[in-house]
Design a protein around this ligand. Structure first.
Ligand code: HBI
Length: 362
């Protein structure tokens, strides 16, 4: 097949909220990155997303309806649930009616319905899986799609893909950021950074304890998702050198993050990727992260950061003491080499061509 063929692509968004609302977490940035980079390469993209979405210059079909409950809030044995007047159902009904006009439909939902529908569509469907294993019903839907159409699945990282049963040699796309929006900062101030939604699964208290023990101030960035949890941390560690900065735009965040000596990543759950890690690298900031999930594949031990025993505050402290071994230029260089939109675009384009080609020769 001629790789120069320009594709007509229909992107079907996550059903948990409108694009641009932040409710869709990291996958919102991923969808935007895919769309902008592929459009730049001459492919034609249309996005189907819940009403209220914002996709800039990319054509958008907005769909009304009730959102899907976030999968990470449900237990492993939760059955498949669709609300009345489901936006997921209506987005896929729209996709069905327009499918003949597209070479490929791309699913960004971590939900059962699009996996189930795959063999019923005449156009091929690519699935981008945005989280690790959470429920048995989704594990099965993903495994069954894998067994029939393995080329249609892609993940962020190997560590994430390995949480699913029966997935062997998965396609992993990683992630990317618009590097020109991040400025390299060669000389930091004496401060550490922590960037995430403030919620128990992100374990801010571990970073706070590390700041307290080392005496190095911790600057905290992110939406206060759980005010009760944040309140408790402040009460319990009243004398810790911490400062809450706020939830910032990329422009402001990168300016502040760049001035820090390191980014601490302390999640208790398995982070599928962790976009803040590559934002830090782009600013020249090394990463100190628990050795689980996406950061395991990002951090270059001793050069662009350290991976420490999960849930060990002592491990964080030891790594902080060794920060001088890291090289801020190497951080920026790693971001440029591995996490540019260009590099991501090459991987995504190769994936899409492979699916379209497999369908044509089938
Ligand atoms: N939950 N049910 C469901 N469907 C999604 O597409 C979904 C989700 N939870 C989170 C999520 N997507 C995104 O925030 C990812 O970035 C993690």
């Amino acid at each position: 097949m001629n790789d120069a063929k320009k594709l007509q692509l229909l992107f079907v968004s996550t059903p948990v909220g409108a694009l641009g609302s932040g409710l869709g977490g990291g996958v919102e940035l991923t969808l935007k990155n895919f769309a902008e980079e592929l459009q730049r390469r001459g492919h034609e993209i249309k996005i189907v997303a819940p009403v209220g979405s914002n996709t800039g210059s990319i054509p958008l079909k907005e769909i009304e309806g009730s959102p899907q409950t976030a999968a990470q809030t449900q237990g492993r044995e939760t059955p498949i649930i669709l609300p009345e007047n489901s936006v997921l159902e209506k987005m896929w009904d729209y996709a069905r009616t327009v499918q003949d006009g597209f070479d490929l439909i791309v699913n960004f939902a971590y939900d059962w319905l699009p996996f189930y529908l795959t063999p019923f569509f005449s156009s091929p469907i690519a699935h981008f899986v945005s989280m690790g294993s959470l429920t048995q019903a989704m594990d099965r839907a993903i495994a069954e799609t894998w067994s029939v159409f393995p080329e249609t699945l892609a993940f962020y990282t190997r560590t994430q893909a390995e949480t699913f049963p029966d997935i062997v040699a998965p396609r992993c796309l990683g992630s990317a950021i618009a590097l020109q929006q991040y400025q390299f900062c060669p000389q930091p101030e004496n401060a550490l950074a922590w960037v995430a939604r403030i919620a128990p699964e992100k374990a801010l208290e571990d970073a706070v304890m590390a700041a307290q023990k080392t005496g190095i101030p911790l600057r905290i960035f992110g939406q206060i998702d759980r005010p009760d949890y944040w309140q408790k941390i402040q009460e319990k560690h009243a004398d810790a050198p911490i400062e809450y900065k706020g939830f910032f735009s990329t422009e402001e965040l990168q300016a502040q993050l760049g001035k820090c000596r390191a980014l601490l990543m302390t999640p208790r759950w398995l982070e599928a990727f962790g976009n803040v890690a590559i934002e830090a690298l782009a600013c020249g900031v090394p990463i100190i992260a628990y050795k689980r999930g996406g950061p395991v594949e990002i951090v270059r031990e001793g050069t662009t950061g350290f991976l420490v025993e999960p849930d060990s505050v002592e491990g964080l402290i030891t790594a902080i003491d060794r920060l001088d071994e890291c090289d801020r230029h190497a951080c920026r260089q790693q971001a440029e080499a591995e996490y540019s939109l260009m590099a991501l675009g090459d991987r995504v384009e190769a994936w899409f061509y492979e699916i379209v080609e497999a369908r044509q020769t089938a």
